[in-house]
Write a protein that binds this ligand. Structure first.
Ligand SMILES: NC(=O)C1=CN([C@@H]2O[C@H](COP(=O)(O)OP(=O)(O)OC[C@H]3O[C@@H](n4cnc5c(N)ncnc54)[C@H](OP(=O)(O)O)[C@@H]3O)[C@@H](O)[C@H]2O)C=CC1
Ligand SMILES: CC(=O)N[C@@H](CCC(=O)OP(=O)(O)O)C(=O)O
Length: 346
């Protein structure tokens, strides 16, 4: 599969490029940045020196002319770009039969009317929203396999849904009960753009966008249950933890919960049910999601926590899982760390 990465100069783009450079079934042909990008004309490794010798491809400024030139030589494109950019340009690739893996939120919400409120723009392509398949790899394999447009989940929704779906999918949660999702992300979650909120001297553990974050409708939609989502920014680079608290139906037992999680994740090497509470250090710089839960049978309250790397399972490695599925491969193909140094080399 010949592919291009658009947004290659960003944090997610860089992770994608590395994973693609080592994948024998995906051939990385082009790296693209925005038309006015200060990175255009540089090589990828000039921007990301750690990848010198791994990928030295040039960064090409996007243009319709470039798309016209490459439209017959590309099988798929990965968008690691702002939401509104993907929303606008995905159709231009799809019309040439080029599959789109969109790592932005350009096509995640099913309701067009939600985009102005949560993304700040009127969606330019309502028809395409209905064609998009949500790319939560361990839960959507069949749909992803035949999809032309995959909406790769956001980082918080990935961790929150991996924790929540075994419960809500089996209707084990009490109807109309409060489901609280507390997410904590490292600063790389905000991308490379400069801002005071993420500058070294200003970053401190804090809630943000409370009761208005765009991931609240995304998590509610995919869990098929209303949640309250509380994101927090924390002063470290990589990694994300999502802890979910909810009440289960009376009569639900530990055995029911055990069965729900073990059934959901019995053949998914990248999602690990851990014996203890997950730690960011155990998943940062890896494609894994670690999950642990605890149940208070008296109160019928369940707490589930999931840790991931926001740039990998929360973005780039999940996108590769989706591409693997579309190639008929196991979703974890070419992603499992094979050496100790790949296990969170920091
Ligand atoms: N950071 C994270 O943990 C996660 C991020 N995401 C999503 O992935 C996408 C990329 O995120 P991230 O890498 O963190 O962001 P960055 O800000 O680090 O990178 C954004 C990239 O998009 C490019 N870009 C900006 N404007 C345009 C444009 N108009 N046309 C084409 N390219 C453009 C930038 O290139 P240049 O400026 O050089 O043109 C840059 O390469 C976003 O949609 C984000 O929401 C998803 C999951 C996790
Ligand atoms: C710390 C931080 O700023 N995180 C980002 C989430 C990034 C992400 O994964 O979400 P999208 O794919 O929807 O952008 C935020 O809260 O906006």
């Amino acid at each position: 599969m010949k592919v291009a990465v658009i947004g290659a100069s960003g944090y997610v783009g860089a992770e994608l490029v590395f994973l693609l450079s080592r994948h024998d079934k995906l051939s990385l042909e082009y790296l693209v940045v925005s038309e006015g990008s200060t990175s255009a004309g540089k090589s990828f490794s000039q921007l990301h020196p750690r990848y010198q010798g791994i990928c030295d491809l040039p960064l090409i400024a996007f243009s319709s002319h470039w798309l016209e030139q490459v439209k017959d030589s590309l099988d798929a494109v990965f968008f690691a770009t702002p939401h509104e950019y993907s929303a606008q340009w995905a159709s231009h690739f799809l019309q040439h039969g080029i599959k789109v893996f969109d790592l932005s939120g350009g096509f995640r919400l099913n309701q067009p009317q939600d985009y102005p409120q949560y993304y700040g723009f009127e969606h330019p392509n309502n028809d395409l929203i209905n064609q998009a398949v949500y790319g939560l790899a361990e839960w959507q394999r069949q749909q992803i396999a035949t999809a032309k447009l995959v909406a790769v989940p956001g980082c918080y929704p990935t961790a929150s849904l991996l924790a929540l779906k075994p419960i809500t999918n089996n209707q084990l949660h009490a109807e109309n009960s409060l489901i609280v999702v507390n997410g904590i992300s490292g600063v790389s979650g905000a991308g490379k753009k400069l801002s005071m909120a993420t500058s070294f001297n200003e970053v401190s553990l804090t809630p943000y966008n409370i009761l208005q974050h765009r991931h609240q409708p995304e998590i509610s939609q995919e869990a098929q249950a209303q949640v309250i989502f509380n994101p927090h920014l924390a002063p470290y680079k990589r990694g994300l933890l999502s802890t979910v608290t909810l009440t289960l139906k009376s009569g639900v037992t530990v055995a029911d919960i055990d069965n729900a999680f073990n059934t959901a994740y019995q053949d998914t090497p990248l999602v690990r049910i851990s014996a203890d509470w997950p730690k960011i250090d155990n998943v940062a710089y890896t494609p894994f999601a670690d999950i642990h839960w605890q149940f208070d049978e008296e109160k019928q309250v369940l707490v589930v926590s999931c840790a991931i790397d926001n740039l990998l399972k929360g973005a780039a490695s999940q996108a590769i899982q989706c591409a693997n599925i579309s190639l008929g491969l196991p979703s974890h193909y070419a992603l499992l760390p094979t050496t100790a140094s790949e296990l969170g080399n920091g």
